[in-house]
Design a protein around this ligand. Structure first.
Ligand code: DC
Length: 213
């Protein structure tokens, strides 16, 4: 079973995708990490985020440590949002994501274009969202919890800028697939959001389907 979970920054899609993967005993890929890894490669090599070729050269996966905490930084996220607009960068990352989705038994992937481009044939598709102010509040609390001194207004502005970039790019923009189920987590806690996500998958594939073992 392939489950696609898409949505904007800080919508809760990663938490939901991880919970679905655990529930169905499926492997999970956070595809944003691929774009963040390219961004970090670029930053560390003093590459130029304004150059598509420079960004393409940074798609060099022998150099990536997915456990690197810097991947989660706002700097990596900001550059990731820029370089993910380049068609050559997206193309360089497609095969790795499709192969992951099509492994035996299936997988859960989260990102921006999983249900629309990477795995349009997914068995269940969720589009997870929340109001920008709520997403900014969650990200602000997360960053504060990590000991980073940030201002709520800056986090909100950053989220809005990323929404604009991710939704307006020409190649594979953030958009809800026609057959995706919309899950607005604005007024839900994590347990409620996960329960709704599981219910949405069950409505698509039938109860008990996809559960390993
Ligand atoms: O989900 P995230 O914040 O870690 O993603 C970082 C950036 O990567 C995001 O701003 C847009 C890009 N991205 C993408 O274009 N397509 C994906 N499938 C995942 C992420």
């Amino acid at each position: 079973m392939i489950v696609a979970v898409d949505g904007p920054a800080a919508s809760g899609k990663g938490t939901i995708a991880k919970a679905l993967a655990r529930h169905y005993s499926l492997p999970h890929m956070d595809t944003g990490l691929l774009y963040r890894a390219v961004a970090l490669n670029l930053l560390r090599r003093d590459g130029d985020p304004e150059s598509e070729f420079s960004a393409l050269r940074a798609c060099d996966f022998s150099q990536i440590d997915f456990a690197d905490p810097e991947l989660k930084s706002e700097a990596a996220g900001g550059i990731a949002s820029r370089i993910s607009a380049y068609p050559m960068v997206r193309q360089a990352l497609v095969e790795r994501q499709r192969a992951f989705a099509h492994q035996a038994g299936g997988a859960v992937l989260d990102g921006r274009d999983i249900g629309s481009v990477i795995a349009p044939e997914a068995d269940a598709k969720l589009f997870v969202t929340a109001r920008p102010e709520i997403r900014a509040r969650r990200r602000y609390e997360e960053l504060n919890g990590m000991g980073l001194a940030v201002h709520y207004e800056d986090v909100l502005a950053d989220i809005q800028a990323r929404d604009d970039r991710d939704s307006s790019r020409a190649t594979a923009p953030l958009a809800m697939a026609e057959d995706a189920v919309l899950l607005d987590t604005s007024d839900m806690d994590v347990a409620q959001a996960v329960a709704q996500a599981i219910a949405a998958v069950e409505r698509r594939v039938g109860p008990g389907v996809g559960k390993a073992g």
